[in-house]
Each structure stands twice: as structure tokens, then as C-alpha cells.
Design a protein around this ligand. Structure first.
Ligand code: NOJ
Ligand code: CA
Length: 693
């Protein structure tokens, strides 16, 4: 038995509380262990337990909660190009154990402080026959779930390798209900589909996070991954109705290889978040705890903010990205948006379509984008100077359309230019299924690219908002400049998408699925719900538009977490709108998050307290059904007097025929008060609870 610290000095410096680690080596006694030998590791509260075992010389893991099997023995291993699979003829070599309990502070987030409390078991195995290749599986069991990853140590029999298939299984014990989006549809929108729900046994091929509810409703399971750095993204493939086993399905290179590597090598963590109630899934910190601490020492320049943008006008067709009479990104227009942001205390202005490359088919012409040269009617330096003078940050747009080599060639010079102009935020975009080099949008090639962009951005002091991104695997812990991303169907679909816009239930599903991975740049805040002003006419019922009430648009600022939160509508649509005060007031950085009520696909009620302040916000949203909630305010500080500023659906409001009425009222409240929230069909409610003066 020996004691050692597994943590890097940086991690130790961040930790507020550090407990010891104990590692136990159970060496060769177990080499000759009977085939049934099971190795177990439990969560600190003892409820979750992971087991590793060798059966018929193959390695399996399983997961139980409160003694009930959730994942049955599930295979581990790899298929490799030009070598036998790393799967068969295995024997146990040794095991080590350790434990961690520390609390770390986020520079920004859904919660300020995160506790990493887990027990770890590392199981090393080797092929019994030559070449005797070795690998290990490391499991960490937390009170909120399990993470495991593979380690491939440096060894003569395994140097350079090419993974053709990761054999990891998730053999669900129960035909749980799943909420999912497909992963095998070649469409231009990647993760931008509407969610479906079905028993897991009929799943074909889906993306993660995959949220599951056991049939008895007692357990929620979320399968995802963490710390995806130099690997392919994991999707999940079903067994086509044969059973309930999901298989890891890695996104490929153009030549079909999934991952290229060289030992020593570690994979991303496969994560299985567990909770008794859907509402306990948020805030989701399992993946953050499985990422290394920040490598950015001084994070003071990284600041959450609200922003407006030359953006919705293009999606409505009132402006263009390309040059011409409707060009949105003109110097004068940018100054108008900067003035609006400054006048309303919004931190940033996004300008899309400022750079050369948008004329013609900008998806086909992706290698023509310049990231430094502006259209003649947009004076980048002058706009940067003006924004700076007004105390507003300019968010520079970089659409790549998947022209990765074109972007990488310009990355350093572009980011250096932005830095020299004092511009410290970039919104990037990857509208393409395959890169111009033919690789999957989610494969190792792109994972490496996204990481290169994050690192380069950190070097030049740039915050990132990535659209058409790789899914969030907790990068923000290590690189807090990686702030937010899209990676789901956002508001833009309400301008031009099919199905008449996102259905009223959409955001109540996003909250329990996509948002468990991390923040989302959904871009809430459309006030002209009928889209009359941007387009000059009301939409016909079958045409897309936001299928929400106006009060629900406000509630989304609290429900759908993002450290960069857009006020998405045209500035003129906020004029003379008393409800706009909520967008001015709402916080973008949180100390505490509490989900007060929620049901996947039906409704969500969340309370969050602002970082470094006493003010609370509540956001409540519902699907197409009207609902009433009775909310105790017991989370407020006892004995303190507060004022609740309430933005509720007005009389007769409903998303379909009357989405605009908002009733704004104030009420004195304390921790002993209860609020009755009445939500219209497709409606919502937004509340600011500030200390009484
Ligand atoms: C898709 C992004 O999601 C959207 O925000 C952007 O305006 C367009 N691409 C153009 O880059
Ligand atoms: Ca998009």
C-alpha cells in the first residue's frame, strides 16, 4: 500500500479543499484470479457502483444504483487496422484505487463552486498470449454518476495505431425511454434536429448526451463523454431492435479510420450521469470534473455578457451577408447597433457578413473566405474604435463553411489582427456536413481543429462562441475562453426552418438533453413573434415563426444557460417595449442554480442567483399546454425583504393566436412567500427577485 498524489500542481492550487489519495496495488495475486472475479468501486455515498470483470477472457463493466442493475455487463475494447482486436484473451494484471474530495471555483458558470468527490479504480489487463498487449480502464464513481476511460500505455507491441472501431457497449438493463436526435442523417444542420422520444430498444443511431428514463420513472441516465481532445466524437448505435445494447460509434476520417494515435494514449471519458429525478440532472458537473483544470492563469479578461447583433435581419431575409443594397454589415449599421447596446447596458455587438467571401454560394465557395479583409462598406478599424469608445465589445464573425485548411491558414494572422484592434470575442461557424477535405464534421480531424482554434484563441486573448460545433465535453474547464456554442436547433429555425418553427415543447427537451453537455447559444429574445416588422408582413400559420409567447422568450434567458446570451431581435423591435427591461436586468453569470420543477418535454421551472450578488431570477417555460405552478421562495435569505418583478403571460395569451400580451407586476416577497405562476399554452414567466431598497 502506498500513498501518492495524482493531481497536478495547478489543480492543487485551484482546490479549496484537498483530501488525500490512497492507491492500492493488488498485483499478481489477481493475475490468476478466477474468471468470475469482479472488481467493484462505489460512489462516496455508496449508491452507485461500477464493476469490472473478465468473462471468457474479455473485459466488461457494469453499473448498479442502490443495488439495482442499470448497465448489464458491457464489452470494452477496440478494433484496430492491421492488428488483431484489443479485446480477446485478456488477463488481469493489477488494480489501483484512489479517492478525491475537492471543491474548485469556476471563473464563470451555472454554479460558482463545483465539488469533485469520487472514488477511482484503475484496472490493467493484458493479452495472455504474445504480443501481450496491455491497456487499462480507469473508472471514477461519483454520487452523480460514473466516468470511465481507456489508457493505452507505451509498449513494444502497441505503438502507432489506427482504431477502426471502439467496442464500448452500454447494455441497458431496462427498456428505458430515450430522448434523442439522430446521428446518421447527412443534412446540413448536424445537431440541429428536433428531438424524438422512444424506448431505447428501437434506437438506430443517436447523438449524445442521450437522456434516458427507466420505465418505472425512478432513475434518469445520461450517456455522454468528457474531455474529448484528440479522438473522434462518440455517437451511439443501437442493435436494431435486437436488444437494449448501445454501441459506441465514432465519427470517421474520409478514409474510414476512426482514430489515429500513438501510445501512450488516453481516450475521452465515457460518462453515465445518474439521478433520481430529471430535475436533479441540472446543474450537470460530472463532465467538468473529468476535465483538467484551467490552463489559463489569468481569466480576468473572460467575461460573460449579453449581446445584440447584425444577424436576425439576415435570417429574416431583410438584410444580406453578401454585398449589395441590403448588406447588413455596414459601418453605419454597426454603429447603430453599438449605440443600442451601449444605451441598454448590453456588453457586445456581433457583426456577421463583414468579411469578404459571402458573395455567391458561400457554402460551395468556402475556401474563398477571408478572415481579415472587410467589405468596402465596413471599416473594421473604425467600428472597433467606435465600439471601444462606447464600452462595447465587438464579436467578430468567422464562418468557415467547413473550409478548415483555409481557416487554419489564416487563424494566427486573423486573431493577431483582432487582438491588435482590441477585439476579444469571435463567433465561428461550420455550416457543412463534411470538411472540404472530406472528413466527418465530428471526426478526429475536426476535434483537433476545434482544439487548435481554442488554443490559438487563448493565446490571443479571444473568447469563443462556436456554431455547428463539436458537442460540448467540458472544454470550458481547461479553456474558460471556450464560452458557449450552438450544437442544437436554436432560434434561427424560427426564421426559416421547416415544421413552422420549433414546436412549443422544444426548449423543455433541450434543457434535459443538449444543455446537460454545457451552455448553448440559443439566441432568445424575439419580441416580434409574428415576424411582421422584419419581413413587412405577418406570417401565414404554416410558415415558421417562434412558437412561444413573448413572456416565454424572456424566461429562456434563465432556463437556457449561456455565458454569452443574445438579445436576438432587431433593435427596433425592442423600442417602447416595457418587457425589454427584463433583458437589460437579467444576469449571465450564476452563483447557484436550482431546478424547482420540471418534466422532460413538458415544462421547466429554474431559479438562479446571480454571481456576486443577492438577486435571484426565475424562468418557467411550458410546452403547448397551459400550466400553473405554486413555487415556495424558501431559497431566498430568511428575514430579508425582496421585490419580485414579474413578467407573466398576459390575459388571453397563447403561442398560437395571441403570443404578445405580457403582464408586468411587482410584489413584495420573503423566503416565506409562495408565488403562483400561471403559464399560457406555449408560454412562460420570467421573474427578477431583488432586495427591497
Ligand atoms: C449558422 C449559424 O448558426 C448562424 O448563427 C449564422 O448566422 C449562420 N450560420 C451564418 O454563419
Ligand atoms: Ca446553426
Amino acid at each position: 500500500m502506498k500513498a501518492r498524489s495524482l493531481e497536478s500542481p495547478g489543480k492543487r492550487a485551484q482546490a479549496d479543499r484537498r483530501i488525500y489519495l490512497v492507491s492500492m496495488v493488488l498485483p499478481l495475486a489477481l493475475c490468476a484470479a478466477p474468471a468470475q472475479a469482479q472488481l467493484r468501486v462505489a460512489s462516496p455515498d455508496g449508491r452507485n457502483e461500477a464493476t469490472v470483470e473478465i468473462r471468457e477472457r474479455r473485459l466488461y463493466y457494469s453499473v448498479r444504483r442502490d443495488g439495482r442493475a442499470l448497465l448489464l455487463p458491457s464489452l470494452l475494447g477496440f478494433e484496430l487496422q492491421g492488428a488483431p482486436p484489443l479485446r480477446d484473451g485478456l488477463r488481469l494484471v493489477d488494480t489501483t484505487r484512489s479517492a478525491v474530495d475537492e471543491t474548485w471555483t469556476q471563473p464563470w458558470g451555472e454554479v460558482a463552486r463545483v465539488r469533485d468527490h469520487h472514488n477511482e479504480l484503475r484496472v490493467s489487463v493484458a493479452e495472455a498470449a504474445p504480443p501481450g498487449r496491455r491497456f487499462a480502464v480507469v473508472l471514477r464513481v461519483f454520487n452523480d454518476g460514473v466516468g470511465f476511460r481507456y489508457e493505452l500505455p507505451e509498449q513494444p507491441g502497441l505503438r502507432d495505431f489506427a482504431i477502426t472501431d471502439e467496442l464500448t457497449e452500454f447494455a441497458l438493463a431496462d427498456d428505458a425511454r430515450a430522448w434523442w436526435i439522430p446521428s446518421n442523417r447527412p443534412r446540413l444542420d448536424r445537431s440541429e434536429m428536433l428531438y424524438s422520444s422512444s424506448p431505447v430498444s428501437v434506437i438506430d443511431s443517436v447523438q449524445t448526451p442521450l437522456t434516458l428514463e427507466t420505465r418505472d420513472g425512478s432513475t434518469f441516465i445520461v450517456i455522454h463523454e468528457a474531455n474529448l481532445v484528440d479522438y473522434a466524437r462518440m455517437n451511439l448505435r443501437g442493435a436494431r431492435m435486437e436488444n437494449r445494447t448501445l454501441h459506441a460509434a465514432l465519427a470517421p476520417y474520409a478514409d474510414g479510420i476512426k482514430v489515429r494515435g500513438r501510445t501512450p494514449f488516453v481516450t475521452p471519458w465515457r460518462t453515465i450521469q445518474l439521478a433520481d429525478r430529471a430535475t436533479d440532472l441540472v446543474p450537470a458537473v460530472l463532465g467538468l470534473n473529468l476535465n483538467p483544470p484551467s490552463v489559463i492563469a489569468n481569466t480576468s479578461w473572460i467575461k460573460p455578457m449579453k449581446y445584440v447583433g447584425i444577424w436576425w435581419g439576415m435570417h429574416l431575409g431583410a438584410m444580406t451577408w453578401s454585398s449589395g443594397p441590403k448588406h447588413g454589415a455596414t459601418t453605419a449599421n454597426a454603429k447603430r447597433y453599438i449605440d443600442f447596446a451601449a444605451a441598454n447596458g448590453l456588453g457586445g455587438v456581433l457583426v456577421e457578413g463583414w468579411n469578404l467571401g459571402w458573395d455567391g454560394d458561400w457554402i460551395q465557395n468556402r475556401n474563398a473566405f477571408s478572415f481579415t479583409q472587410a467589405y468596402p462598406d465596413y471599416d473594421l478599424r473604425e467600428v472597433a474604435r467606435y465600439a471601444h469608445a462606447k464600452g462595447v465589445k465587438l464579436i467578430v464573425h468567422n464562418e468557415t463553411s467547413g473550409g478548415i485548411e483555409n481557416y487554419e491558414r489564416q487563424l494566427d494572422s486573423a486573431f493577431a489582427l483582432y487582438q491588435s484592434l482590441g477585439l476579444d470575442a469571435v463567433k465561428s461557424g461550420y455550416v457543412a456536413d463534411l470538411t472540404s477535405e472530406g472528413h466527418s464534421h465530428h471526426g478526429q480531424y475536426m476535434i483537433r481543429h476545434y482544439r487548435r482554434v481554442i488554443e490559438t484563441a487563448a493565446k490571443y486573448g479571444i473568447m469563443l462562441d462556436v456554431h455547428e460545433p463539436i458537442h460540448d465535453t467540458g472544454e470550458r474547464r481547461t479553456y474558460p475562453n471556450m464560452m458557449t456554442r450552438e450544437g442544437a436547433r436554436g432560434q434561427e429555425y424560427n426564421a426559416w426552418g421547416g415544421e413552422g418553427g420549433n414546436p412549443p415543447e422544444h426548449e423543455t427537451i433541450l434543457f434535459f438533453t443538449r444543455l446537460l453537455a454545457g451552455p448553448m447559444d440559443f439566441t432568445p429574445g424575439i419580441f416580434d413573434i409574428l415576424l411582421e416588422r422584419g419581413t413587412g408582413r405577418a406570417r401565414r400559420p404554416e410558415e415558421p415563426r417562434p412558437r412561444t409567447t413573448l413572456a416565454k422568450q424572456l424566461a429562456l434567458y434563465v432556463v437556457l444557460y449561456s455565458p454569452l446570451q443574445m438579445a436576438a431581435d432587431l433593435p427596433e423591435n425592442y423600442a417602447h417595449q416595457p418587457a425589454f427591461q427584463f433583458i437589460r436586468d437579467v444576469a449571465v453569470d450564476w452563483d447557484t442554480t436550482r431546478v424547482l420543477d420540471g418534466k422532460i418535454g413538458d415544462y421547466v421551472v429554474v431559479a438562479r442567483r446571480e454571481r456576486n450578488g443577492p438577486t435571484w431570477f426565475i424562468g418557467a417555460i411550458t410546452d403547448e399546454a397551459g400550466r400553473t405552478f405554486d413555487i415556495p421562495l424558501s431559497f431566498l435569505t430568511p428575514g430579508r425583504h425582496y421585490v419580485a418583478e414579474i413578467y407573466a403571460d398576459g390575459p388571453g395569451a397563447n403561442w398560437l393566436t395571441n403570443p404578445l400580451p405580457v403582464s408586468i407586476s411587482q410584489r413584495a416577497v420573503t423566503a416565506a412567500s409562495r408565488l403562483r405562476l400561471v403559464l399560457a399554452p406555449g408560454g412562460g414567466q420570467a421573474i427578477r427577485i431583488r432586495p427591497a431598497r
